[in-house]
Design a protein around this ligand. Sequence first.
Ligand code: 5AD
Ligand code: SF4
Length: 477
Amino acid sequence: MTLIIEPEQGAAVKQRNKNFINGSKKVFIESYGCQMNFSDSEIVASIMEKDGFSITKQYKEADLILINTCSIRENAEQKVRNRLKTYNGLKEKKPETIIGVLGCMAERLKAQLLVEESLVDIVAGPDSYRDLPNLVSEVLDGRKAVNVILSKEETYADIRPVRLSSNGVTSFISIMRGCDNMCTFCVVPFTRGRERSRNPVSIVNEAQDLYNKGYREVTLLGQNVDSYLWYPGGGLKKEFSSLSAEEQKESVNFAQLIERVAKIHPDLRIRFSTSHPKDMTDEVLHTMAKYKNLCNYIHLPIQSGSSSILAKMNRGYSREWYMERIKSIREIIPDCGISADIISGFCSETGIDHKETISLMNMVKYNFAYMFKYSERPKTLAERKYEDDVDEETKSSRLSEIIALQQKHSLELHRQRIGQICEVLIEGVSKRSADALFGRNTQNSVVIFPKGKLKAGNYVHVKITDCTSATLIGEVV
Ligand code: 5AD
Ligand code: SF4
């Protein structure tokens, strides 16, 4: 359903119609936030190409500018607002340009962006991308258009994404949408709606197609991949136990899905994100151990090392449960890279809670971590129930301590690799030197080495000779 707002008349509309009739219409798509958003933009590109648009990398020459936005933290939204101001600057010179906001902010700020601030012409939420051509038509008729309706079924399973800014070697595949978890700090369940799993056949076909085109690594994406469960007919998430005997027989869980993708070809590496400590099963770990091309790497957000804060975050696990999951990973997949997300300064976090995060980091020793200050988000349970009572200074100093410790651990773990040989999938030319290539080992560490006659898409064995906290440095053997 399309909601139509306020008519708009005049020269700009006439010029727009001319541009669009000429058949040379161009769309510029920019993405912010998580990998899922970048993956969604590739779905949007596919939908717009089918509607006759060509993709441009220059926003100044675009007839349609689409920004795929993120609401996860306040500063993410601020970045997008600044970008919108830049595009509106262009609009003063080229009033016929159409500006659309997609993704999480669209859902959250529809009225504000369209009416109060009048910054955009189109607002489309994460489940309404198929409607974009109609929304553009509304604007061509001189109106503003919104569709932020969240769906119970949409997984865009049949859409072949157009790979934007691709290196031709690694790619993302969305395997599910939405999230049912309701972590109290998180806005995602409100912006992306209920959890649904995508048909496994369409996932395997997409991965096979990428392999045929020369890609050698796919990352399967979902907010909580361990809860992936497809059943005949699809639709909203159901527990395995609530499926009929017939549905259970035909259902596919996450372990079964990664096994299917792994079987496509041993040269196709598979990664996935994000795992959830409450749902990650030993079955998944055993499947990872069984197939060499299922990379030894797990992103397992902890958020906090304190069980009472974890309960307040509604994460569904305790510190002890999390450590038991780490123990299983270490036992079943020796030499597995592990990373995490960590939040400092969640509501009521004391110095003792913070120390528990520090001690957990010391116990796990993550290869890598994404670390954030808590940012209160409108509509979330935390905003409604708890006071954002840790002051900015304390949030910052705790975050600095977490970052410094993580850097120390990253460096320590990298140093242990010196002298070892690892298999690297080459992704491209290093940003720091045109004479060097970069790729990743199975644990997801970036490895840099001299170029020689090698090229992206090849596998090479690299002997590690040096490192920083961020990269391994070596020579091809
Ligand atoms: N404040 C800070 N960090 C957050 N994240 C999610 N919501 C918030 C918030 N309100 C972090 C979590 C999550 C990652 C994607 O972003 O660590 O795992
Ligand atoms: Fe947000 Fe929690 Fe869902 Fe992740 S699992 S998207 S943190 S609600």
